[in-house]
Unconditional design. Structure first.
Length: 364
């Protein structure tokens, strides 16, 4: 089978690491001579995501109710796959993987599933529905031709729950524009958060943790750069605590590098994190990193070799962690420089080749 077409199925295109990854991989596949078709139910902001003009985009209006949305997803994918030849086309699913596996296998297409969220996030959840949903998901995942996880920890968890363990591999998220020089820009007393404004990112805990930290370090400010459905609630939360002067919510910008260059440290206090692209981006400017000790951050920061890992994202843990890094700033600046030198392994040319090797193994 000679591969000609890659169909990327990504229904809910939002703003985050997986969106950046899909952009870089799509462009890489185009450069390697493949025809890429991208299916989404969200309009893509092409000013933010620099997709190749050679990619074919298929937009479909999103349905209001979840059940109808899922049925519609299956219909759309079925319709597009019917227009393609299963002898020279592979499906690459970034979301709604269960649905895409079912449709792909009905039409006898090879399918690769990319799992970016840690699958054991609800492992301690006592609600029967979540456990049942995870069980069904794992059973259907067995029918995929390959599962790519973006961290070794996530891949290991999936292997434990999957019958066909040889189908699971770990390939980290790619980045581009690697910086080989140490950033010597003057840094100001500012803590940086970059990411989605949602509860699972620990943003409310961060505000409270910073409030405690700020009592001992009053010259510091906090910049929250990103968008998300919790933006209004977060703004009210900050105002109620009379922290509007110290904490700013900044809308996402393509010129994010200026924040990496001038901030004193970056923090990622997520409850769970599939990977954590912003940590790699921050290390690209040797910016000291603080993150919750979970899947992606643990690997990017090499268990604390390149930054500080928090045991959890409780309010006082965040406070004490920020205080520790500030008091030992030269040490964490040195760790970030070592992390900068380690970043080459995440470049899109290296990661893209790993993807092509795995795709080739599926087609044999």
């Amino acid at each position: 089978m000679k591969l000609k077409n890659i169909i990327i199925f990504f229904p809910n295109f939002a703003k985050g690491g997986i969106e950046k990854t899909s952009t870089l991989l799509s462009n890489f596949f185009i450069k390697k001579g493949f025809k890429v078709k991208f299916i989404s139910f969200d309009k893509i902001n092409f000013k933010r995501y620099n997709f190749s003009k050679n990619i074919e985009f298929y937009y479909y209006k999103k349905k209001k109710y979840l059940f109808l949305r899922n049925i519609y997803c299956m219909y759309v994918l079925f319709k597009i796959l019917k227009e393609n030849n299963n002898k020279d086309t592979i499906v690459f699913s970034l979301q709604n993987s269960v649905l895409s596996i079912i449709i792909s296998k009905i039409l006898n297409f090879k399918i690769i599933v990319r799992n970016s969220a840690p699958i054991d996030y609800f492992k301690n959840e006592k609600i029967f529905y979540n456990k049942f949903k995870l069980f069904i998901k794992m059973k259907i995942y067995c029918f995929s031709d390959l599962i790519i996880s973006n961290s070794k920890s996530s891949a290991h968890t999936i292997k434990k729950k999957l019958d066909k363990k040889n189908k699971v591999v770990a390939i980290p998220n790619p980045i581009t524009n690697l910086n080989n020089k140490i950033c010597k820009t003057k840094r100001i007393n500012k803590i940086l958060y970059v990411g989605r404004l949602s509860k699972e990112k620990g943003i409310f805990e961060l505000v409270e943790g910073f409030e405690l930290f700020n009592k001992n370090f009053p010259s510091f400010k906090l910049d929250l750069v990103g968008d998300g459905h919790q933006r209004k609630n977060l703004s009210k939360f900050i105002s109620k605590r009379n922290l509007s002067r110290q904490i700013k919510i900044i809308e996402w910008t393509n010129n994010i590098n200026k924040y990496y260059k001038t901030s004193k440290m970056i923090i990622l206090p997520s409850y769970f994190e599939g990977f954590g692209n912003v940590l790699i981006e921050a290390l690209n400017f040797n910016l000291p990193c603080v993150a919750t000790k979970n899947n992606g951050p643990k690997e990017i920061l090499a268990n604390g070799k390149y930054g500080f890992l928090m045991k959890d994202n409780k309010v006082n843990t965040i406070n004490l962690s920020l205080r520790h890094v500030e008091k030992n700033y030269n040490l964490y600046k040195f760790k970030a420089i070592k992390g900068l030198k380690n970043n080459y392994q995440y470049h899109i040319n290296i990661i893209g080749k790993k993807y092509l090797l795995k795709i080739s193994s599926v087609l044999k």
